[in-house]
Design a protein around this ligand. Structure first.
Ligand SMILES: C[S@@+](CC[C@H](N)C(=O)[O-])C[C@H]1O[C@@H](n2cnc3c(N)ncnc32)[C@H](O)[C@@H]1O
Length: 393
C-alpha cells in the first residue's frame, strides 16, 4: 500500500465536483504556504530581530517555548501567520463537507455492506461512556469532533476526517497518508528482524490510515484498532476492506479495554497521546502494559517532547494547544516520557525513544541505515522524520 495505491474510500464513493476540487486544492496550497513559506519567514524574523531583542533585554536567550510565545505574540508576522493558519484549518473541513453531505447515503450503505462481509470485523458499544473532555470540544476545529453521529449507521465524521486530512496534508509533500504506520512498521521490520508480532493493537486508530500498514508489513498478524468513535470505526472497516485488509475494529476506551492480559505482542499509536489529558495517558500506559505479552513492545509516534527540541520549535509546535482545540498538547510534551513508561510498569532500561525516517519519502537504503542506527534521521518537521517512543515489556 503506498500513497499511489491506497484507496481513499470517501474519494471513490463521494466524488468531488470540479469546483470542490479547485477549492480543496486551494486550501492545500494555502496550508503549504502557511506551514512552509510563511513559517520560514516567521522563524527568520525570530532569529534576526525578536531573539536578539530578547537577549539584549534579559541578558540571556529565551529559555522555553512560553518565553518565545510571549515575545512573538504581538509581532505582526506571528499574528498574520496564526490567523491564516486558523482559517486554513477551518477551511480544510469546510472544503470537503458539501461533498460528504451530498454522498452520505452511499457512504452509509458502504459501511453497512462492509459489516456483512467476512473480512475483518467491527464491534460497537452503544453504552460506552464518552469522556466529557472528549465530547466538549471540536478537536482540530473539526465540526462535530470525531464522535458525533446521526443514527446507527452514520459515517459522516469518518468521511470528514478522511477527506479533510487528505486536504490538510496533500500540499505538504512529506505528509502522506499512512506514512506514519508505514514508517513505524518498516522501522520495526528492519531494526528488529526477529520480532514477529502475532497480534497488533493500534490505539486511537480513527479511520485506520496508519493501522493498515501493520497488516501489510506483518501479513500473518491479527491487527486490531480501537477508538472511542463509532462513525470513525464504521468508516475504518469499510476503508480497510476497500484496501484489501482484514482488520478487527472495536469501540473501546484505551484506558480500559476488554482484551485479556498479555493478548498483544505489539501496541502502537500515532498522533493519539497528545489528545488525552495527562492523567488519562498514564491509565492508557498501564492498560498497554497489562495487554502486552512478555517480550512485547509498546511504540507511540508523537510530537517530540519539549526537552528534545529548541525553544522556538516548542513555541511553533504548541500553537495547536492554544488555537486548535488540543488543550493537552503542550502539557503532554512537557512530560518525561521515560518516567511515564516506568510509572506504568515498564522497566527503565527497556525504554526507547528516537527519530525514524519517513518511509514514503526516503530511499530504502537510507531508511534502513536510519532504522539500524547507522545514520541520523533528519530533523523533525513537516514529516521529514517521526519521533517515536515506548518500551519493551
Ligand atoms: C488524532 S486522532 C488519531 C489519528 C490516527 N491514529 C491516525 O494516525 O490517523 C485521535 C483519535 O483518538 C481517539 N480517542 C481519543 N481518546 C480516546 C480513548 N480514550 N480511547 C480510544 N480512542 C480515543 C479519537 O476518537 C480519535 O479518533
Amino acid at each position: 500500500m503506498t500513497e499511489d495505491t491506497e484507496r481513499l474510500l470517501a474519494a471513490d464513493l463521494a466524488p468531488a465536483t470540479h469546483d470542490e476540487q479547485a477549492r480543496q486544492a486551494f486550501v492545500s496550497a494555502l496550508r503549504r504556504h502557511v506551514m512552509v513559506d510563511l513559517a520560514a519567514a516567521m522563524r527568520a524574523s525570530w532569529e534576526q530581530q525578536v531573539a536578539p531583542r530578547f537577549e539584549r533585554r534579559y541578558g540571556r536567550p529565551a529559555a522555553d517555548g512560553l518565553e518565545v510565545r510571549r515575545a512573538m505574540r504581538n509581532q505582526p508576522i506571528y499574528r498574520f501567520w496564526s490567523v491564516l493558519r486558523y482559517n486554513a484549518q477551518e477551511m480544510t473541513w469546510q472544503s470537503v463537507l458539501p461533498q460528504i453531505e451530498r454522498h452520505l447515503p452511499a457512504l452509509r450503505e458502504a459501511a453497512k455492506t462492509a459489516r456483512r462481509r467476512q473480512q475483518g470485523s467491527l464491534r460497537l458499544d452503544p453504552d460506552l461512556a464518552l469522556p466529557r473532555e472528549y465530547t466538549a470540544l471540536d478537536i482540530h476545529l473539526m465540526p462535530g469532533n470525531f464522535h458525533t453521529e446521526d443514527g446507527p449507521d452514520d459515517v459522516r465524521q469518518g468521511a470528514l476526517y478522511e477527506l479533510g486530512t487528505a486536504v490538510f496534508g496533500s500540499g505538504l509533500q512529506l505528509r502522506r497518508r499512512g506514512a506514519v504506520g508505514l514508517s513505524m512498521a518498516h522501522f520495526l521490520r528492519l531494526a528488529q528482524p526477529d520480532f514477529r508480532p502475532a497480534r497488533i493493537l493500534d490505539l486511537g486508530c480513527t479511520v485506520g490510515a496508519n493501522t493498515l500498514p501493520y497488516a501489510e508489513v506483518y501479513p500473518e498478524a491479527a491487527v486490531h484498532g480501537i477508538d472511542l468513535s463509532a462513525p470513525q470505526l464504521r468508516f475504518a472497516l469499510a476503508r480497510a476492506q476497500a484496501n484489501g485488509y482484514a482488520v478487527h475494529f472495536s469501540q473501546q476506551n484505551a484506558e480500559h479495554t476488554d482484551f485479556p492480559d498479555g493478548y498483544f505482542d505489539l501496541i502502537v499509536s500515532s498522533f493519539f497521546l497528545h489528545e488525552l489529558p495527562t492523567a488519562s495517558t498514564q491509565r492508557v500506559f498501564r492498560e498497554a502494559h497489562r495487554l502486552l505479552a512478555p517480550g512485547g513492545l509498546m511504540l507511540h509516534m508523537e510530537l517530540p517532547p519539549a526537552a528534545a527540541v529548541d525553544p522556538y520549535y516548542n513555541f511553533f509546535l504548541d500553537w495547536d494547544a492554544y488555537h486548535n482545540n488540543e488543550p493537552h498538547y503542550a502539557e503532554f510534551r512537557r512530560q518525561d516520557f521515560a518516567d511515564l513508561c516506568e510509572r506504568a510498569g515498564f522497566a527503565r532500561h527497556r525504554f526507547i525513544q528516537r527519530r525514524i525516517g519517513n518511509w514514503t519519502v526516503t530511499d530504502a537504503d537510507t531508511f534502513a541505515a536510519i532504522a539500524r542506527g547507522e545514520r541520523e534521521a533528519p530533523a523533525h518537521g513537516n514529516g521529514a522524520s517521526w519521533f517515536v517512543f515506548g518500551a519493551w515489556k
